[in-house]
Design a protein around this ligand. Sequence first.
Ligand SMILES: Nc1ncnc2c1ncn2[C@@H]1O[C@H](COP(=O)(O)OP(=O)(O)OP(=O)(O)O)[C@@H](O)[C@H]1O
Length: 496
Amino acid sequence: MEPTTKKPLAASNIPRPSLLPARSGVGKKRTAHVAQLEEEHVLPPSKRAARGEKTVTAKVPAGKSKTVAVKHPPPTRNVVSTRKQSSTVAASGSKAKTQTLKGNEKRPMAGKSSINSKKLQSCEGRMDVEVLDKLEKLSSRMSKLEAEKAESKHTDDMHQEGEKFHNILEQLSETRRLLTESEHNLELAKMSKASLQRAYNDAETNLTGACQEISTLKLNVSQMVTNATVAHSQLEAMKLSRDKELQESQCKSERIADLEKEIEKLRSSLLQCHKEIRENESTRRKLHNTIQELKGNIRVFCRMRPLLHCELNNSALDGSTASTDTTSICCTSVGSQPVIKGDRGSFLIEFPDKEKECRKISIHFSPHKVDGHTSKRSTRTQQYEFEFDRVFGPDCSQEAVFSEISQLVQSALDGYNVCIFAYGQTGSGKTYTMEGPVNADEHTQGMIPRALQQVFTSSRDLNEKGWVYKMEASFIEIYNETLHDLLCCWEKGPET
Ligand SMILES: Nc1ncnc2c1ncn2[C@@H]1O[C@H](COP(=O)(O)OP(=O)(O)OP(=O)(O)O)[C@@H](O)[C@H]1O
């Protein structure tokens, strides 16, 4: 067992307290004794002291060790009392020794032991004296040691207190270091807490926004759910409607199939009809041409225009006359019959077959008798009758005139050459008949626009029947026996 040594200080800068004096030589000596004693005994010295026991090991020459238990009094007892006690102990120890020695030997016979016992008693008396001397020396030495121990006890206590204080200072220094670290950690924790607080505030703001957004989204979702419900109901209704329409469509498909069969039949019959129509058309053309030929390839129509307002005003209203280059005439009417009065007599124009064929015109001329300065109606009337292919009176409309012209237009559409021209004196109504008045409408338009309408309308109808038409037009005027192309450029002047 090593002697007790001081532990080195953890912090060398910590001053040693003044309560810890340097170890004296006595203290070191005592410590060596105590250490030796503690090394020789099993129990620690403090416990043995508490029990009042002290164990001493003595070396014997034979190399054997003998252990003797010694009860010694406290250090304050005097030597006498110590010796008594030691004697008592030695006596008891002698008995114990004797018993121990006898324990290792054979027990002698009872009859032969009287001489031997005397020798033994004398020998034991010498050994007891020696032992007692040794014990007395040991006891005195123990007393000194106890005194030294008592003196060094206070120093040890102070040393222990110093060590405790040193340990406390070390703990305090460690605590300060830990406190500094804790403060540093606290600062870091505060900074972390501040950043966490900012993050928490940001997160809270974001959470508030997210909550608002969630509420908005919830409203939208509810609205969408409502819309979806409505759409679903509409979809269901549409499905029902679709199923119904599918059934109807199926019925219609069947009906369409039947109709297609009928259409196919009708197509074949239509083709047959078209064929018949073309044949009939050819027949009609031939018959129409025959009729036109029978009517005459050259036909002359006579149209008498009504009296103009100026001509009527010159008649019977004021008795005045209208002068011309050749004669002075006065126009009036008898019913619907125009009466033309001139210097030589009066003309009464009649239409004798007006209610039938309208082919005749009759002119009654009554010449005047020249008697001095007065003129009187002649009693002898001259009658002139003319017959045309058709006569149109003053009350005939443009439509009535075109009813005859249209047959010739149809001949032109059938492929025959047709020429229609107007002939008459100035102011007789050629332009009116052929073109119409200046502001013509559908009732008053003349023969040319009506013929063109018939040409294009009939060509469209006949196109559907398989006929193809190619149109060419020219506009020519005959003036003073000279041909003038009215569609030609007039900058070059009229060409012959
Ligand atoms: N059927 C009619 N009904 C009513 N007015 C007519 C009719 N025919 C001709 N007139 C009128 O008579 C006048 C002369 O007619 P128009 O100009 O057609 O004669 P014209 O023969 O063409 O003369 P010109 O040879 O000088 O050109 C015009 O004012 C016209 O409006």
